[in-house]
Design a protein around this ligand. Structure first.
Ligand code: UDP
Ligand code: GLC
Length: 391
């Protein structure tokens, strides 16, 4: 099948890392068109996935854009949509992977009469998007998409609550190749980074809703041998938050207990070096790749109980769930994991076993292939066979 994938970002965010795996099986006859250049292009090229950057300037619409800003960006959008509709003539379908890609892809699909699939990675709630952007997303999806793939039940429900048509949706989780998460030499990694004591890792881009500040606050309620490792950078222009975090470290006197490594491409060995992985989002996480990655590494996880995270972790069995934005509860979970290493280790083992089954990349690629096949043949799309339930 020939697919024109569309993504707005040149950065390596979770939606882009997911697309890398979705696009691989189609690389011989497909193209990923990007609305901005960046390291994502290099990652696609590294995997021999043809890529084309359509614009040097990123689009002006922001997640919180109002009506006027949205309308004024039409000047930028329309020529792009025309270009994409022309490009799409050589393909069986357009696959929009992000919000701005949906806007361009929907117009192009209307102009060029190519079916549109929308992979929705975001929770369309007011915490994440302005009401204009939410309305625009559901309007375009309802009008133009033959299929809306959502990355969790939480994402699906929010789409429907915002006015999206339920019959268009199917839930397909992100897929992972369990073999790539095999044990790294934990002691070597720890030594090379000079890590000592009980290490809590947080692997996320630096952004207020990813809640790095909550972990810093929680550290003050843990024993002095608990340290935090932050892996990730401010990918989407949130440098001010990165500076606030540094100031918070100083204000709380945590300089000797906190490390910021910036963006890293070796997340797996770094996860193995941790005793616990903390997911600290303060708003509902649509899916949360880092949670599944930590599970696949066999590391115990403590996650914010909201959004997709609730579908990934069974609290007390395959991880811990704590209320979002609650440093006291997070600190209590860290103390529990530290005080009960056998329980933590059993939780990590169970999580690893379950995640390898539930999020297996080949199964998930097959589910997507079935959906795309039906769309390209103009058949009504049913929900995929559900991912296997936890044993
Ligand atoms: N990640 C990475 N390097 C970093 C920090 C994060 O490669 O320094 C990866 C991480 O392993 C995960 C993705 O970025 O696969 C983040 O995806 P997630 O779904 O957790 O959150 P998002 O940022 O997409 O909201
Ligand atoms: C988005 C979401 C994240 C999800 C990823 C992959 O970036 O914020 O929760 O894991 O897409 O679907």
């Amino acid at each position: 099948m020939r697919i024109l994938f569309l993504d707005q970002s040149g950065e390596l965010g979770g939606a882009e890392l997911c697309l890398l795996d979705v696009a691989k099986p189609y690389r011989d006859h497909s193209v990923v068109a990007l609305l901005a250049d960046g390291p994502f292009r290099a990652a696609l090229e590294q995997h021999q996935i043809p890529v084309q950057v359509l614009t040097a300037r990123s689009l002006q619409i922001r997640k919180q854009s109002g009506l006027w800003q949205g309308l004024s960006s039409l000047r930028q959008l329309l020529p792009l949509a025309v270009r994409v509709s022309q490009l799409s003539q050589g393909f069986d379908l357009i696959y929009a992977n992000t919000q701005k890609a949906l806007v361009v892809g929907a117009l192009a699909s209307g102009l060029g009469r190519r079916p549109l699939v929308y992979h929705l990675h975001d929770i369309l709630s007011e915490e994440h998007f302005s009401s204009v952007n939410r309305r625009l997303a559901v309007l375009l999806a309802n009008q133009f998409a033959a299929q809306v793939i959502t990355n969790s039940e939480a994402t699906r429900s929010a789409f429907v609550a915002a006015g999206g048509q339920s019959r268009l949706t199917s839930v397909i989780y992100n897929g992972f190749d369990p073999a790539t998460y095999q044990a790294a030499d934990r002691d070597v990694v720890r030594r090379s980074l000079g890590l000592t004591g009980f290490v809590v890792g947080q692997f996320s881009r630096l952004s207020p809703w990813k809640g790095q500040h909550v972990l810093l606050e929680a550290l003050t309620n843990c024993s002095a041998d608990v340290t935090a490792l932050f892996v990730g950078s401010a990918l989407f222009g949130e440098q001010e938050y990165a500076q606030q975090l540094q100031a918070q470290v100083t204000a709380l006197g945590l300089q000797d207990r906190v490390r910021f490594l910036g963006f890293r491409s070796d997340v797996i060995p770094l996860m193995h070096a941790c005793d616990l992985v903390a997911h600290t989002s303060t708003a509902p996480e649509p899916f949360g790749r880092v949670i599944v990655e930590a599970m696949l590494c066999g590391r115990p996880v403590v996650a914010s109980a909201a959004g997709g995270a609730i579908e990934l972790v069974e609290s007390g069995s395959t991880g811990w769930l704590v209320p979002p934005n609650d440093p006291q509860a997070l600190a209590a979970a860290i103390r529990e994991a530290q005080a009960q290493p056998d329980t933590a280790s059993a939780i990590g083992d169970r999580a690893q076993q379950q995640a390898s089954q539930r999020f297996d990349l080949l199964t998930i690629q097959r589910q997507i292939a079935e959906q795309l096949q039906q769309v390209s043949q103009g058949k009504p799309v049913g929900n995929p066979a559900p991912c296997r339930d936890p044993p």
